[in-house]
Write a protein that binds this ligand. Structure first.
Ligand SMILES: [Zn+2]
Length: 73
């Protein structure tokens, strides 16, 4: 397992490899940049912000619905 942490002091991202047993016992993680032990675990989410609407049919560059048909040959 790889756990991600973010330093509360300097904001650096840290990746820690440990087994789940090690994680349950408590990881002793320090920031390699500033040496701080104030780290917050980061959980990756699979949800990506849905801002890409490039596949909208109304904005197709070819064959737009309307009186002028036959643009695609
Ligand atoms: Zn730091």
């Amino acid at each position: 397992m790889t756990y991600e942490y973010k330093c509360d002091e300097c904001g650096a991202g840290i990746e820690v490899r440990a087994s789940m047993a090690e994680k349950e016992r408590g990881l002793n993680v320090e920031c390699p940049a500033c040496g701080s032990a104030r780290l917050t675990q980061v959980f990756r989410t699979l949800n990506v912000i849905n801002g890409n609407r490039s596949s909208s049919p109304s904005s197709s560059p070819c064959c737009s619905p309307g009186p002028s048909t036959g643009c695609c040959g």
